[in-house]
Design a protein around this ligand. Structure first.
Ligand code: HEC
Ligand code: HEC
Ligand code: HEC
Ligand code: HEC
Ligand code: HEC
Length: 291
């Protein structure tokens, strides 16, 4: 069973096909993938639904649109809530614990294909098989299969481009601005910077992805942070807020040109240039302006 969300509309007939019980909670995955879980808990993906700013904005949008945005907003913030028909209602009265985990382990690893860039264009196929970028990673708990999508920017692009459902106005264009950058030309993808310690380039993170698995030269880091240090500081008890600050500091170089002295009472002109030297897209990107 699977549900396809396309960029323009979710097929409402698909909703009956899936239930939130088809998805496994993060704590189950953590039995073996404990390190990845603790990294994930330091990422905004873990708070995509419970985020208090989101909770406030989604209700405002619902009021303004007579509920027309309810399913749309929820696609990326609680994808399980949408594919299992627990949202709408938008007030969260039907939401299960697993759907409230937001962009969580099992949802991400049971996306079988992309249905297009932006607006939550994913095909959700929960079940035994967990897809990833390895072709030799057997597990006693689940099937493991290689799926090339997981190594591509298009994977992130399913959710990291948002257009208005009413007039297609781009609201968030991180994927598009990456695709028009020199990084895209050189084949540097989102995962290289956001799932590796390199921050502005790929750097391997050797380790084990599960307690019983072999040591590998690189395990993708699941502390997928951006610039939202404020909310991470508030919601996560880890060092994730600091990680966001470090990322912002590495994104740009700042040059300040000041005169040697200033005369009291006269204007002083100061030249400041900011060069985006480390972000693989515009700086700032995403919905920073909402904040
Ligand atoms: C936003 C979606 C997303 C979330 C949430 C997420 N993952 Fe991943 N995960 C990925 C992607 C994409 C990769 C592959 C990255 C690469 O190879 O560059 C990956 C890699 C992995 C790998 C290593 C195998 C591989 O494909 O390289 C394991 C194991 C894994 N994830 C387990 C988990 C667990 C357990 C959780 C929850 C604690 C989780 N993931 C949460 C997207 C996600
Ligand atoms: C009983 C232990 C166990 C549990 C529970 C478990 N896994 Fe795994 N998983 C493993 C092992 C072992 C591997 C192999 C890792 C390796 O070889 O590097 C693995 C591999 C993976 C891979 C890599 C797939 C690939 O081919 O790239 C993903 C993704 C993954 N697990 C996700 C999950 C998710 C999501 C959950 C929760 C729904 C979960 N796992 C629960 C033990 C487990
Ligand atoms: C199912 C949809 C979905 C997918 C797939 C997804 N994301 Fe996200 N991502 C979100 C949502 C929703 C948020 C915002 C949560 C919030 O702030 O409440 C987010 C937040 C983030 C942030 C933090 C933003 C900030 O302001 O600090 C980063 C960085 C990020 N994602 C990167 C990625 C990368 C890289 C990938 C691909 C490996 C990816 N995401 C895949 C939905 C998704
Ligand atoms: C060359 C490295 C690099 C690549 C490639 C890259 N990013 Fe980023 N990204 C950064 C850095 C550094 C920041 C912090 C500065 C900022 O907020 O723009 C960042 C910030 C972000 C944010 C946070 C924006 C906010 O509002 O705070 C999101 C979301 C994000 N990236 C998603 C993506 C996605 C999705 C892709 C691929 C389509 C991608 N990034 C590709 C380096 C990269
Ligand atoms: C296509 C996926 C998608 C859809 C649909 C979507 N969002 Fe988001 N939302 C995101 C991503 C990704 C981020 C993080 C982007 C970044 O920081 O660059 C985000 C961030 C946010 C934030 C900022 C949270 C914070 O802590 O700063 C709010 C608020 C928000 N969204 C509300 C909404 C509302 C309201 C709707 C419906 C009108 C909506 N979103 C629809 C993907 C989506």
């Amino acid at each position: 069973m699977f549900v396809t969300c396309t960029a323009s509309a979710v097929d409402p007939t698909g909703f009956d096909e899936l239930s939130s019980e088809d998805f496994v909670t993060n704590s189950k995955c953590a039995n073996c993938h404990a390190i990845l879980r603790s990294q994930h808990d330091d990422s905004m993906h873990a708070y995509a639904y419970t985020d208090p700013l989101y909770q406030k904005e989604v209700l405002l949008a619902s009021e303004d649109s007579n509920g027309q945005t309810d399913e749309f907003c929820s696609r990326c913030h609680t994808p399980i809530g949408v594919v299992s028909g627990e949202v709408p209602p938008i007030d969260g009265s039907m939401i299960s614990d697993v759907a409230a985990e937001g962009v969580q382990c099992d949802f991400c690893h049971t996306v079988s294909e992309s249905a297009g860039i932006g607006d939550g264009g994913f095909v959700s196929s929960p079940g035994d098989v967990k897809w990833g970028s390895l072709d030799d990673a057997p597990s006693a708990f689940h099937g493991s299969e290689f799926n090339g999508l997981y190594m591509e920017a298009e994977y992130c692009g399913m959710c990291h481009n948002v257009n208005s459902p009413f007039n297609d106005l781009p609201l968030d264009d991180t994927y598009t601005s990456w695709s028009e950058s020199s990084y895209a030309e050189e084949g540097v993808v989102c995962q290289d910077c956001h799932m590796s310690p390199g921050i502005t380039h790929f750097e391997a993170a050797p380790g084990r992805s599960a307690s019983s698995s072999p040591k590998r030269s690189h395990i993708p880091v699941h502390e997928i942070v951006g610039g939202n240090y404020f909310m991470l500081d508030l919601l996560s008890d880890g060092k994730a807020g600091d990680a966001a600050v470090e990322r912002l500091q590495k994104a740009a170089t700042l040059e300040v040109d000041v005169p040697e002295y200033a005369i009291s009472g006269e204007d002083v002109s100061i030249k400041v240039s900011v060069t985006n030297s480390g972000a693989g897209h515009k700086l700032p990107t995403g919905i920073s302006e909402i904040r």
